[in-house]
Design a protein around this ligand. Sequence first.
Ligand code: CA
Length: 238
Amino acid sequence: MTERKKVLVVEDEQDIRELLRFNLEQEGFHVVEAGDGELALALARRERPAVIILDIMLPGMSGLDICRTLRQEEETARVPIVMLTAKAAESDKVVGLEIGADDYVTKPFSPRELLARVRAVLRRAQGPETARPHQFYERGRLKIDFDTYQVFLDKEEVRLSLREFELLAFLARHPNRVFERLHLLDMVWGRDTYVEPRTVDVHIRRLRTRVERDDARPELIQTVRGVGYKFNDAALGD
Ligand code: CA
């Protein structure tokens, strides 16, 4: 690696900052640290980090406020952000993703998982900025074109409603993560419209008839009993 990539770690707890610094430096990153929002914003503007790891619970300005501010400013609008959230604060994740964070890791996290997320957001961000090619999801028999809103199964186009497409696209972008129905409502339908949680079930059921081999025994969009739904990408093979 010729040029070490810079990571900005925003976290008020020193132990966690040190843990992150140690692991990131092991991976060849250059680490800059901030313990509060003001310094975080100043460093984000000045140091131009390749990625920001942002804790939500901070004294003063919260991580969500910082994220919102970063997204509003031109120089920092596109820097990948991985949020750190407490396990109890489920809704923070949703809000975080909505206001432009790229991913999140729940505390307590394993450094390995966090590094994997950091590498993933960097990979995604490294796509050429000009003439961006279509964004695809492709695995096994399923292909999703996020730009043209087309879905193909074994190369045959599958007709989906806009909502079904958005639901599938959202799930495919977050494979193997379990989402509660209310979260899916927030992420896919948005907060402005009032929709009952069972609407999600109805759409999932319809989506299954389109994309599952046997919608009575769904393999791809799985129900996690008592919690919600997840996109099981292993069902697609390689
Ligand atoms: Ca904290």
